[in-house]
Write a protein that binds this ligand. Structure first.
Ligand code: GLU
Length: 301
Protein backbone atom coordinates (compact mmCIF):
# COMPACT_ATOMS: atom_id res chain seq x y z
CA UNK A 1 0.00 0.00 0.00
CA UNK A 2 1.53 3.27 -1.10
CA UNK A 3 -0.24 6.59 -1.25
CA UNK A 4 0.90 10.14 -1.94
CA UNK A 5 -0.08 13.71 -1.23
CA UNK A 6 0.71 15.88 -4.23
CA UNK A 7 0.25 19.59 -3.51
CA UNK A 8 1.18 22.40 -5.85
CA UNK A 9 3.41 24.86 -3.97
CA UNK A 10 1.17 27.81 -4.81
CA UNK A 11 0.56 29.06 -1.24
CA UNK A 12 -0.07 27.90 2.31
CA UNK A 13 -1.70 24.54 3.02
CA UNK A 14 -5.42 25.18 2.99
CA UNK A 15 -7.97 22.98 4.70
CA UNK A 16 -8.82 21.26 1.43
CA UNK A 17 -5.16 20.23 1.16
CA UNK A 18 -4.99 19.13 4.80
CA UNK A 19 -8.18 17.11 4.20
CA UNK A 20 -6.75 15.10 1.28
CA UNK A 21 -3.34 14.91 2.96
CA UNK A 22 -4.97 13.32 6.03
CA UNK A 23 -7.11 10.98 3.91
CA UNK A 24 -4.18 9.69 1.85
CA UNK A 25 -1.92 9.42 4.90
CA UNK A 26 -4.49 7.42 6.88
CA UNK A 27 -5.16 5.05 3.97
CA UNK A 28 -1.46 4.16 3.95
CA UNK A 29 -0.72 4.18 7.67
CA UNK A 30 -3.73 2.17 8.79
CA UNK A 31 -2.35 -0.64 6.62
CA UNK A 32 1.31 -0.15 7.60
CA UNK A 33 1.87 1.25 4.13
CA UNK A 34 4.01 4.07 2.84
CA UNK A 35 2.98 7.65 2.30
CA UNK A 36 4.84 9.93 -0.13
CA UNK A 37 4.97 13.67 -0.70
CA UNK A 38 5.26 15.14 -4.19
CA UNK A 39 5.42 18.78 -5.16
CA UNK A 40 3.63 19.48 -8.42
CA UNK A 41 5.47 22.60 -9.51
CA UNK A 42 5.41 22.37 -13.30
CA UNK A 43 3.19 25.43 -13.70
CA UNK A 44 5.98 27.73 -12.59
CA UNK A 45 3.92 30.92 -12.96
CA UNK A 46 1.58 29.73 -10.18
CA UNK A 47 4.29 28.56 -7.78
CA UNK A 48 5.27 30.71 -4.83
CA UNK A 49 8.79 30.88 -3.40
CA UNK A 50 8.99 29.41 0.09
CA UNK A 51 5.59 27.68 -0.20
CA UNK A 52 7.17 24.26 -0.24
CA UNK A 53 8.94 24.73 3.10
CA UNK A 54 5.78 26.15 4.66
CA UNK A 55 3.72 23.22 3.34
CA UNK A 56 6.20 20.75 4.79
CA UNK A 57 6.15 22.58 8.10
CA UNK A 58 2.33 22.57 8.26
CA UNK A 59 2.18 18.85 7.41
CA UNK A 60 4.67 18.06 10.18
CA UNK A 61 2.68 20.18 12.59
CA UNK A 62 -0.41 18.11 11.74
CA UNK A 63 1.57 14.90 12.34
CA UNK A 64 1.36 13.89 8.66
CA UNK A 65 4.85 12.64 7.89
CA UNK A 66 6.11 11.13 4.65
CA UNK A 67 8.51 8.38 3.65
CA UNK A 68 11.69 9.19 1.79
CA UNK A 69 12.59 12.58 0.38
CA UNK A 70 9.80 14.67 -1.11
CA UNK A 71 9.65 14.37 -4.90
CA UNK A 72 9.72 17.54 -7.00
CA UNK A 73 8.26 17.39 -10.50
CA UNK A 74 10.41 20.16 -11.94
CA UNK A 75 13.43 17.87 -11.38
CA UNK A 76 11.94 14.95 -13.31
CA UNK A 77 11.74 16.26 -16.87
CA UNK A 78 13.67 13.33 -18.33
CA UNK A 79 11.03 10.86 -17.08
CA UNK A 80 8.24 12.82 -18.74
CA UNK A 81 10.28 13.15 -21.92
CA UNK A 82 10.77 9.39 -22.03
CA UNK A 83 7.04 8.76 -21.64
CA UNK A 84 6.25 11.32 -24.32
CA UNK A 85 8.71 9.64 -26.70
CA UNK A 86 7.05 6.28 -26.04
CA UNK A 87 3.62 7.69 -26.91
CA UNK A 88 5.04 9.40 -29.99
CA UNK A 89 6.55 6.06 -31.02
CA UNK A 90 3.04 4.61 -30.91
CA UNK A 91 1.88 7.34 -33.31
CA UNK A 92 -0.35 8.91 -30.66
CA UNK A 93 1.15 12.41 -30.39
CA UNK A 94 0.53 15.42 -32.62
CA UNK A 95 1.41 19.11 -32.47
CA UNK A 96 -1.37 21.63 -31.92
CA UNK A 97 -1.07 25.40 -32.37
CA UNK A 98 -4.56 26.26 -31.19
CA UNK A 99 -4.87 29.35 -29.03
CA UNK A 100 -2.85 29.72 -25.87
CA UNK A 101 -5.94 30.19 -23.72
CA UNK A 102 -7.06 26.72 -24.68
CA UNK A 103 -3.86 25.03 -23.56
CA UNK A 104 -2.62 27.43 -20.86
CA UNK A 105 -3.76 25.53 -17.82
CA UNK A 106 -2.58 22.11 -18.92
CA UNK A 107 0.32 21.99 -16.43
CA UNK A 108 -2.06 22.28 -13.46
CA UNK A 109 -4.59 19.78 -12.25
CA UNK A 110 -8.00 20.84 -13.62
CA UNK A 111 -10.37 21.66 -10.78
CA UNK A 112 -14.14 22.03 -11.14
CA UNK A 113 -15.12 22.59 -14.72
CA UNK A 114 -11.91 24.24 -15.84
CA UNK A 115 -11.66 22.13 -18.93
CA UNK A 116 -13.41 21.93 -22.25
CA UNK A 117 -13.29 18.97 -24.65
CA UNK A 118 -10.83 19.77 -27.44
CA UNK A 119 -12.53 19.76 -30.80
CA UNK A 120 -9.62 18.09 -32.59
CA UNK A 121 -8.84 20.91 -34.99
CA UNK A 122 -5.14 19.97 -35.31
CA UNK A 123 -5.69 16.21 -35.27
CA UNK A 124 -5.42 15.84 -39.03
CA UNK A 125 -3.65 19.06 -39.87
CA UNK A 126 -1.61 19.32 -43.03
CA UNK A 127 2.02 19.00 -41.84
CA UNK A 128 3.00 21.58 -44.47
CA UNK A 129 0.87 24.28 -42.83
CA UNK A 130 3.15 26.59 -40.82
CA UNK A 131 2.63 26.73 -37.05
CA UNK A 132 1.02 29.90 -35.72
CA UNK A 133 2.98 29.53 -32.46
CA UNK A 134 5.23 26.96 -30.74
CA UNK A 135 2.85 24.00 -30.68
CA UNK A 136 1.54 22.09 -27.69
CA UNK A 137 1.64 18.30 -28.00
CA UNK A 138 -1.62 16.40 -27.74
CA UNK A 139 -2.39 12.73 -27.44
CA UNK A 140 -4.86 11.08 -29.79
CA UNK A 141 -7.44 9.33 -27.61
CA UNK A 142 -9.44 6.34 -28.84
CA UNK A 143 -13.22 6.20 -29.08
CA UNK A 144 -13.28 3.97 -26.04
CA UNK A 145 -15.05 3.81 -22.69
CA UNK A 146 -12.74 3.68 -19.67
CA UNK A 147 -14.45 2.66 -16.43
CA UNK A 148 -13.20 2.25 -12.88
CA UNK A 149 -14.60 1.60 -9.43
CA UNK A 150 -13.81 4.50 -7.12
CA UNK A 151 -13.23 3.53 -3.49
CA UNK A 152 -15.39 6.46 -2.33
CA UNK A 153 -17.86 7.23 -5.10
CA UNK A 154 -18.28 3.82 -6.78
CA UNK A 155 -18.39 3.17 -10.54
CA UNK A 156 -17.39 5.96 -12.93
CA UNK A 157 -16.96 5.80 -16.72
CA UNK A 158 -16.13 8.14 -19.57
CA UNK A 159 -15.86 7.79 -23.30
CA UNK A 160 -12.44 9.28 -24.00
CA UNK A 161 -13.21 10.69 -27.44
CA UNK A 162 -16.57 12.14 -26.49
CA UNK A 163 -16.09 13.25 -22.87
CA UNK A 164 -12.38 14.07 -22.76
CA UNK A 165 -10.98 14.65 -26.24
CA UNK A 166 -7.33 14.73 -27.29
CA UNK A 167 -5.61 16.24 -24.28
CA UNK A 168 -2.36 18.14 -23.88
CA UNK A 169 0.82 16.31 -22.86
CA UNK A 170 3.18 19.27 -23.18
CA UNK A 171 2.40 22.93 -23.51
CA UNK A 172 3.82 25.10 -26.26
CA UNK A 173 6.24 26.65 -23.76
CA UNK A 174 7.66 23.21 -23.02
CA UNK A 175 5.94 22.63 -19.64
CA UNK A 176 4.79 19.04 -19.25
CA UNK A 177 1.09 18.72 -18.56
CA UNK A 178 -0.37 17.56 -15.27
CA UNK A 179 -2.09 14.59 -16.94
CA UNK A 180 1.21 13.17 -18.17
CA UNK A 181 3.38 13.96 -15.16
CA UNK A 182 0.90 12.57 -12.64
CA UNK A 183 0.70 9.22 -14.44
CA UNK A 184 4.47 8.93 -14.90
CA UNK A 185 5.17 9.85 -11.28
CA UNK A 186 2.49 7.68 -9.70
CA UNK A 187 3.96 4.73 -11.63
CA UNK A 188 7.61 5.61 -10.94
CA UNK A 189 6.88 6.11 -7.23
CA UNK A 190 5.01 2.80 -7.01
CA UNK A 191 1.76 4.45 -5.86
CA UNK A 192 -0.91 1.79 -5.39
CA UNK A 193 -3.77 4.01 -4.14
CA UNK A 194 -4.43 7.58 -5.26
CA UNK A 195 -6.50 9.43 -2.65
CA UNK A 196 -7.43 12.98 -3.74
CA UNK A 197 -10.28 15.45 -4.16
CA UNK A 198 -13.51 14.65 -6.02
CA UNK A 199 -12.87 17.40 -8.57
CA UNK A 200 -10.20 15.20 -10.16
CA UNK A 201 -12.49 12.23 -10.76
CA UNK A 202 -13.04 13.32 -14.36
CA UNK A 203 -9.26 13.24 -14.96
CA UNK A 204 -9.06 9.62 -13.87
CA UNK A 205 -10.22 7.67 -16.97
CA UNK A 206 -7.64 9.42 -19.13
CA UNK A 207 -4.96 8.78 -16.50
CA UNK A 208 -5.88 5.09 -16.39
CA UNK A 209 -5.76 4.90 -20.18
CA UNK A 210 -2.43 6.74 -20.30
CA UNK A 211 -0.96 4.41 -17.66
CA UNK A 212 -2.13 1.34 -19.57
CA UNK A 213 -0.87 2.72 -22.86
CA UNK A 214 2.53 3.37 -21.30
CA UNK A 215 2.59 -0.17 -19.89
CA UNK A 216 2.11 0.78 -16.23
CA UNK A 217 -0.30 -0.81 -13.77
CA UNK A 218 -2.93 1.81 -12.94
CA UNK A 219 -3.42 2.46 -9.19
CA UNK A 220 -6.75 2.28 -7.36
CA UNK A 221 -8.52 5.59 -6.79
CA UNK A 222 -10.44 7.17 -3.92
CA UNK A 223 -11.88 10.63 -4.59
CA UNK A 224 -12.93 12.22 -1.32
CA UNK A 225 -15.64 14.92 -1.31
CA UNK A 226 -14.66 18.54 -1.66
CA UNK A 227 -14.19 20.98 1.14
CA UNK A 228 -16.35 24.11 0.94
CA UNK A 229 -16.66 27.32 2.96
CA UNK A 230 -18.94 27.24 6.03
CA UNK A 231 -21.82 28.73 4.02
CA UNK A 232 -21.41 26.04 1.36
CA UNK A 233 -19.70 28.35 -1.16
CA UNK A 234 -16.62 27.28 -3.03
CA UNK A 235 -13.60 27.48 -0.75
CA UNK A 236 -11.36 30.18 -2.11
CA UNK A 237 -7.81 30.52 -0.94
CA UNK A 238 -8.72 33.90 0.50
CA UNK A 239 -11.53 32.61 2.72
CA UNK A 240 -10.55 33.59 6.24
CA UNK A 241 -9.69 30.69 8.49
CA UNK A 242 -9.17 28.44 5.48
CA UNK A 243 -5.45 27.77 5.89
CA UNK A 244 -3.78 25.57 8.47
CA UNK A 245 -1.34 28.41 9.15
CA UNK A 246 -4.12 30.78 10.19
CA UNK A 247 -5.51 28.23 12.64
CA UNK A 248 -2.04 27.58 14.02
CA UNK A 249 -1.40 31.27 14.47
CA UNK A 250 -4.76 31.64 16.23
CA UNK A 251 -3.68 29.05 18.79
CA UNK A 252 -5.81 26.11 17.58
CA UNK A 253 -4.19 22.76 18.49
CA UNK A 254 -3.16 20.39 15.71
CA UNK A 255 -5.20 17.65 17.40
CA UNK A 256 -8.30 19.86 17.15
CA UNK A 257 -7.74 20.30 13.40
CA UNK A 258 -7.11 16.59 12.84
CA UNK A 259 -10.12 15.61 14.97
CA UNK A 260 -12.48 17.82 12.98
CA UNK A 261 -11.11 16.82 9.58
CA UNK A 262 -11.12 13.12 10.46
CA UNK A 263 -14.75 13.31 11.59
CA UNK A 264 -15.66 15.22 8.41
CA UNK A 265 -14.04 12.55 6.25
CA UNK A 266 -15.97 9.78 8.02
CA UNK A 267 -12.88 8.41 9.76
CA UNK A 268 -14.09 9.07 13.33
CA UNK A 269 -17.52 9.03 15.01
CA UNK A 270 -16.99 12.37 16.74
CA UNK A 271 -14.94 15.52 16.14
CA UNK A 272 -13.06 15.17 19.44
CA UNK A 273 -9.37 16.14 19.25
CA UNK A 274 -7.12 13.36 17.98
CA UNK A 275 -3.59 12.80 16.76
CA UNK A 276 -3.22 11.65 13.16
CA UNK A 277 -1.64 8.42 14.40
CA UNK A 278 -4.72 7.70 16.57
CA UNK A 279 -6.96 8.12 13.52
CA UNK A 280 -4.86 5.64 11.55
CA UNK A 281 -4.88 3.10 14.39
CA UNK A 282 -8.58 3.42 15.10
CA UNK A 283 -9.53 2.79 11.45
CA UNK A 284 -7.21 -0.19 10.93
CA UNK A 285 -8.77 -3.48 9.96
CA UNK A 286 -12.29 -2.40 8.96
CA UNK A 287 -13.39 -0.82 5.67
CA UNK A 288 -13.62 2.99 5.75
CA UNK A 289 -17.09 4.47 5.26
CA UNK A 290 -16.16 7.74 3.57
CA UNK A 291 -18.22 10.87 3.63
CA UNK A 292 -20.10 11.22 0.32
CA UNK A 293 -20.98 14.91 0.17
CA UNK A 294 -19.13 18.23 0.22
CA UNK A 295 -17.85 19.18 3.66
CA UNK A 296 -18.28 22.73 4.97
CA UNK A 297 -15.40 23.95 7.14
CA UNK A 298 -16.47 24.86 10.69
CA UNK A 299 -17.46 28.44 11.44
CA UNK A 300 -15.25 28.47 14.50
CA UNK A 301 -12.57 26.21 15.94
N1 GLU B 1 -1.32 18.83 -7.64
C1 GLU B 1 -2.71 18.54 -7.74
C2 GLU B 1 -3.51 19.61 -7.02
O1 GLU B 1 -2.99 20.59 -6.61
C3 GLU B 1 -3.07 17.19 -7.19
C4 GLU B 1 -3.10 16.20 -8.26
C5 GLU B 1 -3.41 14.80 -7.84
O2 GLU B 1 -3.53 14.50 -6.66
O3 GLU B 1 -3.48 13.96 -8.74
O4 GLU B 1 -4.67 19.49 -6.86
Amino acid sequence: MRTRFAPSPTGDLHLGGAWTALASWVVARRADGRSALRFEDLDTARCVRGARERLEDDLRWLGLDWDGAAVTQSERGSLYEEALAKLAGLGLVYPCDCSRAEVARAASAPHEGEEAVYGGLCRDRDPARPMKRPPALRVRVPDQVVAFDDDVAGPFAQNLARDVGDFVLRRGDGAYAYQLSVVVDDAAMGITHVVRGADLVSSTPRQIWLAQTLGFAAPRFAHVPLVVACDGARLEKRTRGATVRELRDAGVASTAVIGVLAHGLGLRPTAAPAAASDVAQATAGAPIVWRQTAWPIPRSW
